[in-house]
Design a protein around this ligand. Structure first.
Ligand SMILES: Cc1ncc(COP(=O)(O)O)c(C=O)c1O
Length: 344
C-alpha cells in the first residue's frame, strides 16, 4: 500500500474568529479542513474507503479498472488512490470543467473521457459512464458516487465521528453543500445520533435552488448542486436550506483566505457564508462546516475574475421530474424545512 494513503483523514478543525467578528454575529463557527488531505480535497477519504470496501466485498478484482463520472475532486482522488493501489482509472468529466482538474487526473495516470456540457450536466456524464460500463462487461467497476452506499458510510463512520470528537460533541448545527449528498447525509446522521436536538442544514446556490424551490440553473459553486437530488442525499435529515448567491460565495471565499489564511475553493466559501447566515439569523450558536477543497483548482473560475463560459447564471427551469417527486414529500411533511435566504 502507498505510504501517502496513511495521510488521508485526521484533518484539523479550526474556529473562525475573525470572520465571525467581521460579520458581527453571535456564536462560534468551526471549519473542518478537508482540504488538508493529500490531493487537497474531501474526496480522498471516500476514494480510499470505497476502493477498500470494493476489494473486501470482492467486487473489485485484479486487472479491473475503476470508472466514475465526476466534475473534479472525486476524479482526482480516485486517480490518486487508483495509482497507489494498482488499478487503472477511467473518468468521465464534462468538457467545460476546468483544464486543471483534467490535467491533475491525467498526472496520476487516469484516462479522462469528456462528456458534453459543464458542471450542471452530470446527468449526461453519468449516462456516458453507464454506456462505457455496458460496452465491456466485467472490465470496469462503476463507483457511482451519487447512489453507492459506501460513500455515505465513509462520512458516517469516519468523517462524522472525527468532527464530533474534535468539537466535543457540542455542535448545534451542521451545514453543508451537496454534490453526491454523501458528506451531508453521513455527517448529519452521525451528529443527530449523538445529539438528537442538533440541526442539519443544506446549502444551495441561490441560482440552483433544487431542494428549496424545485428549480435548476447554472451557478458558480463547482462540484456541488448538479441540478438533481441524488439518492445519497437523505432528505429526511434536512432541517433547513440556506441559500447563498454568487456574490456572497466569491466574497466569503476571498475573506476566508484574507482573514483566516484558508485558501479554499468556492464550495468552502459557500459553506462558510451559510454558517454565518445561520449565526446571524439565530438558528444556532455553534455551527460546524467543511472546507472541501483548495483554491488551486480554480484559476479559471470567477473567484479569480474569470468569466464563466458556455452558461449564464440563474434558474433555467424546473428540476427533473424524479427530483420533484422526492421533494413533494419533503415540503409536505408536518414541519417543512426552514428556508434561510437573508442577505449576508
Ligand atoms: C468542491 C466540492 N465541494 C463539496 C462537494 C460535496 O460532497 P458530496 O459529494 O459528499 O456531497 C464536492 C463533491 O464532489 C466537491 O467537489
Amino acid at each position: 500500500m502507498g505510504e501517502l494513503l496513511k495521510l488521508i483523514g485526521n484533518t484539523p478543525s479550526v474556529r473562525l474568529k475573525r470572520l465571525v467578528e467581521l460579520y458581527g454575529v453571535d456564536g462560534e463557527l468551526f471549519l473542518k479542513l478537508e482540504c488538508f488531505n493529500p490531493t487537497g480535497s474531501l474526496k480522498d477519504r471516500v476514494a480510499l474507503w470505497v476502493v477498500r470496501r470494493s476489494l473486501e466485498e470482492g467486487l473489485l478484482k485484479e486487472g479491473m479498472s475503476l470508472l466514475e463520472a465526476t466534475t473534479g475532486n472525486t476524479g482526482i482522488s480516485l486517480a490518486f488512490v487508483g495509482a497507489l493501489m494498482g488499478h487503472r482509472v477511467v473518468l468521465v468529466i464534462p468538457e467545460e470543467v476546468g483544464v486543471n482538474v483534467k490535467r491533475t487526473c491525467e498526472l496520476f495516470g487516469a484516462q479522462v473521457i469528456p462528456s458534453p456540457g459543464g458542471n450542471a450536466d452530470m446527468d449526461v456524464a453519468l449516462r456516458l459512464a453507464r454506456d462505457i460500463l455496458e460496452s465491456e462487461p466485467g472490465k470496469f467497476l462503476f463507483l457511482d458516487q451519487y447512489s453507492h452506499p459506501s460513500y455515505v458510510e465513509c462520512s458516517y463512520r469516519w468523517l462524522g465521528p472525527e468532527l464530533c470528537e474534535q468539537l466535543g460533541g457540542e455542535i448545534d448545527a451542521f451545514v453543508d453543500v451537496y454534490g453526491s449528498g454523501s458528506t451531508f447525509t453521513g455527517v448529519a446522521r452521525c451528529l443527530k445520533e449523538r445529539r438528537p436536538d442538533a440541526k442539519a442544514f443544506l446549502v444551495e446556490p441561490a441560482e440552483c435552488p433544487v431542494v428549496s424551490k424545485g428549480m435548476w440553473g447554472p451557478h458558480v459553486v463547482d462540484g456541488v448542486s448538479d441540478g438533481f437530488i441524488p439518492d445519497n442525499l437523505e432528505l429526511d435529515l434536512v432541517d433547513g436550506v440556506v441559500l447563498v448567491n454568487t456574490e456572497e460565495v466569491i466574497r466569503v471565499t476571498r475573506e476566508l483566505a484574507e482573514l483566516e489564511g484558508i485558501a479554499a475553493g468556492p464550495s468552502s466559501g459557500a459553506n462558510v457564508a451559510a454558517a454565518l447566515k445561520l449565526l446571524k439569523g439565530g438558528f444556532a450558536r455553534r455551527v460546524a462546516t467543511i472546507a472541501n477543497d483548495r483554491y488551486d483548482r480554480y484559476f479559471e473560475h470567477p473567484l479569480f475574475g474569470k468569466a464563466r463560459r458556455g452558461t449564464s447564471l440563474g434558474p433555467k427551469g424546473p428540476a427533473p421530474l424524479e427530483s420533484l417527486k422526492k421533494l413533494e414529500l419533503l415540503w409536505r411533511r408536518e414541519r417543512a424545512p426552514a428556508l434561510v435566504d437573508e442577505a449576508l
